[in-house]
Design a binder for this molecule. Structure first.
Ligand SMILES: Nc1ncnc2c1ncn2[C@@H]1O[C@H](COP(=O)(O)OP(=O)(O)O)[C@@H](O)[C@H]1O
Ligand SMILES: Cc1cn([C@H]2C[C@H](O)[C@@H](COP(=O)(O)O)O2)c(=O)[nH]c1=O
Ligand SMILES: [Zn+2]
Length: 192
């Protein structure tokens, strides 16, 4: 459970929160939970996602459990800065798909007094750090690593194993294309 500071009583200072983990680990659910609570607190919230993420909806951030919130799809991280006038909280989903400029954008927003909440895959299907996520994890004030359930053994999973024969880094997908695995099961499937 993440406990929010009170933006108003603490004065105008910003910070970066990162929610990271494998696919199906609850990143989007946790992002939505934090954003809904900010809205309940009457804070002005803007939510962004990369324009390529159109799995469930063009304009919404949608979790695997079908919870959703309206968002603005953007082509580059720079567009986020242009769309953040007078906001208290900025939410960004699928951060791994953004360009490296997202790091500077998040820093700038936090420096301006905005609470920035970023959710994304920390590793790609090869187990390598994904896009701007490692840098964001390094500079964030608060980091939450969430875990899925391993589809082979029921342990905690931190890897996203690709089930189809495709080598390109970006390939949108769901349960047909990916399964979350623990370290032992991920090592076993990659030995074969
Ligand atoms: N193997 C799994 N481990 C955990 N949750 C799973 C799994 N498969 C499906 N889910 C569902 O996915 C939900 C999390 O969805 P979501 O927040 O969209 O995850 P993420 O954004 O990390 O991919 C869980 O609440 C659960 O109902
Ligand atoms: C591991 C991995 C994933 N992807 C894609 C697959 C999904 O469309 C998203 C992740 O969505 P989620 O909300 O975290 O479930 O990313 C990819 O393109 N490349 C990869 O290596
Ligand atoms: Zn396992």
């Amino acid at each position: 459970m993440f406990l929010e500071n009170k933006i108003k009583s603490a004065g105008k200072h910003g910070w970066i929160e990162v929610v990271a983990g494998s696919m199906f680990s609850g990143k989007t659910e946790e992002l939505l939970r934090r954003l809904r609570r900010a809205k309940i607190a009457h804070q002005k919230v803007e939510i962004f996602k990369p324009h390529i993420d159109v799995r469930y909806s063009d304009e919404e951030v949608v979790s695997h459990d079908d919870n959703s919130i309206m968002s603005t799809p953007v082509e580059t991280s720079g567009n986020i800065l242009l769309l953040c006038g007078n906001v208290d909280v900025v939410g960004i989903d699928e951060a791994q798909f953004f360009d490296q400029g997202l790091v500077q954008v998040c820093s700038q927003l936090a420096d301006q007094g905005i609470r920035v909440i970023v959710a994304g895959l920390d590793m790609d299907f090869k187990g390598k750090p994904f896009g701007p996520m490692p840098h964001l994890l390094a500079i964030a004030e608060y980091v939450t690593k969430v875990h899925a359930i391993c589809m082979r053994c029921g342990d905690l999973a931190q890897f996203s194993h690709r089930l189809v024969d495709e080598e390109k880094l970006v390939m949108l997908g769901e349960k047909v294309e990916y399964e979350p695995l623990c370290r032992t099961c991920y090592c076993n499937v990659n030995k074969k």
